[in-house]
Write a protein that binds this ligand. Sequence first.
Ligand code: IPM
Ligand code: MG
Length: 414
Amino acid sequence: MTAEGDLLQYRLVAIPGDGVGPDVVAAAKRVMAAAGARFGFGVEWHDILVGGAGIDAYGMPIRPDDLAACAVSDAVLLGAVGGPKWDDPTAAVRPEQALFAMRGGLGLFANLRPVSVHPALVPASPLRPELLDGVDMLIVRELTGGLYFGERSEAAGPAGARAAHDVLPYSEPEIARVARLAFELARGRRKRLTSVDKANVLATSRLWRTVVHEIAVEYPDVALDDRLVDACAMQIVRAPASFDVLVTENLFGDILSDEASVLAGSLGMLPSASVGSRRTAHGLHGLYEPIHGSAPDIAGRDLANPIGTILSVAMLLRWSLGRADAADAVEGAVSDALDAGYRTGDIWPRSAAAADACTRVGTVAMTDAIVARVGAGAGSAAAPPDAGTPMVEPPVDDLDVGTTVATAQLPGLL
Ligand code: IPM
Ligand code: MG
């Protein structure tokens, strides 16, 4: 066997998808290669056509074989799916159906969206700087239930009297498993959990609240509070630093996480992980993607911010591959590139004074800056923690979920 043959190889599925998806996935692969070169592992990528690309190639958003390939991989990295070409809301086949097939088919019941604000990006946020101080929240969105998966009927009836409906179902086990995950994550962070519902109106929200409170008894060290979703939406922009972990149902989580992303300066900055209960040889199986969409207007023009996808690679390394070393290095490299002043258009400072110290770059040059820093071993997070670093080392065979997600341990209950 050759030396290369001895190298640990991870098997990852890449879904470049549509719009800017291929731009940012190409960037993420370069970062993964740099991390592998530095930390001594290889990655075998299996690219599949999914979303609009799948519809164009095969007439369906995801083929069963491709879903099966995702299921047997160590993890899946996705760029974005969708675009105006496939946007007809009356079409029977739509790119987003691939997302639901993967979430449901792979059992990815929790979507984790960490939101923190890099100090260098405060000038890019529309919020006042003093509101952003200390923002570090983790939104845990239930991903395989509720309105997205409930029974529905499309509009029917005579013009002027058409009607449609979407059913919002939740069962106790569906609520309990995502609530437990959220409690575990809160336990590894600042030990505060906000459960978001609309219990003053919805029966499912009342069940949600009841189940979450029953489970809270198992976590006496975690402070739980409830927020109605409308009040929570307001608090996210009025006092964003007041949150630690939020847990909520599918549609509320979809909406609140887009709102929260504004805090970070741009949708382009934020990663996400969708996980369930299946473990692989290395960690938890999952699907990782930036939270931005396919942005077709800037696709293929070297304009997309690759950082959301690159930080998704860091989450993938940490959660699915058990490579905290490489994940720290990637996060450190992103942070250093921002500190060095590299900015894509979406995170360009709003004030001329702040802009003076920055260099405007495209997708490729931003990736170059990050790859160089991964390879060079730069980055405070990549260096051995000094005495002042408030970082708790997780037990060797546990995984934590990122510096922004601090020392959270993956729960043994999964
Ligand atoms: C997301 C997206 C999707 C969702 C869309 C594209 C269907 O907004 O991942 O947040 O609503 O879940
Ligand atoms: Mg969304």
